[in-house]
Write a protein that binds this ligand. Structure first.
Ligand SMILES: [Zn+2]
Length: 270
């Protein structure tokens, strides 16, 4: 599932393969931008912002930003010299052709084109970016604790608090912190430690092909996607909520022994 580290790698791929190149042809396969004419624009750069990708384009005095988001299934691929696409053509949402290669965004959750001057309208709400040069743990902590009764699981997934955490890291970080997902964030005493772990986890994984929080790429995750399997620490069966198909956007996983449910009193504040 795409999280901050995946998006970081996608941005780097697009940035290294497209920046400085002139678009020969571009297709945005979404109704509102289907007629956009971007041929002749130069790709200036692609930067990640949390889980958002901003590809900046220039033509004469015009400055646009192609804003894309991978959501659940999205992926960017670059194909050299007319190579066959590795995914079905009908799932392509963006095609950017430059001399010698083609970048294709498949199954993207968001495709939008806006004036670069208006970028804040799509990423201005984001909290501190875990993989941004300006990562600010104190500000992230302040935002997380602004609604203390909210569950720590929901709070760290909310991109307005901090940007870059998805479902996989949420589950893994709470396991590492010994925190049940329903724990009110205001009752978490080790928020700075949780944030430091989040930052470190994304940093070490941003250059890896296989995401791991255990340090072992053969059994890379502690709890995410392991419902019913034994906990790697205590052998208790991992639980999942809500029950149902794995991989949904809001499915949490935890070990009931390593991450005991918070006392009822702790969920009531004020
Ligand atoms: Zn356990």
């Amino acid at each position: 599932m795409p999280e901050g580290d995946t998006v970081y790698r996608a941005a780097r791929l697009l940035d290294t393969r497209l920046s400085g190149e002139t678009l020969l042809h571009a297709e945005l396969r979404v109704p509102q931008h289907a007629t956009a004419d971007l041929a002749g624009a130069v790709v200036a750069q692609t930067v990640p912002r949390g889980k958002h990708l901003l590809t900046r384009l220039e033509r004469g005095d015009e400055r646009w930003t192609l804003h894309t988001h991978l959501k659940m299934e999205g992926v960017w691929r670059v194909f050299d010299g007319g190579r066959r696409w590795s995914k079905p053509a009908h799932t392509a949402r963006v095609v950017l052709r430059v001399p010698g290669r083609e970048a294709v965004g498949f199954s993207l959750g968001v495709v939008d084109l806006l004036a670069t001057a208006d970028e804040q309208s799509v990423v201005g709400h984001l909290g501190p970016d875990l993989l941004g040069g300006d990562w600010d743990p104190d500000e992230a902590r302040r935002r997380l604790l602004a609604v203390p009764e909210r569950s720590v699981y929901e709070a760290i997934l909310d991109q307005r608090n901090l940007a870059g955490i998805g479902n996989v890291y949420a589950a893994e970080l709470l396991f590492l912190g010994g925190l049940h997902p329903a724990t009110p964030v205001g009752a978490v005493t080790a928020v700075p430690r949780l944030l430091a772990r989040a930052h470190q986890a994304l940093e070490v994984n941003k250059d890896r092909r296989t995401r791991t929080t255990t340090g072992d790429t053969r059994s890379p995750l502690w709890v995410y996607g392991r419902s019913g399997a034994p906990c790697r620490r205590c052998h208790t069966r991992i639980e999942q909520a809500p029950r149902g198909p794995a991989g949904r956007e809001r499915t949490s996983y935890w070990c009931p022994h390593c991450q005991p449910a918070p006392p009822r009193a702790a969920s009531v504040t004020g």
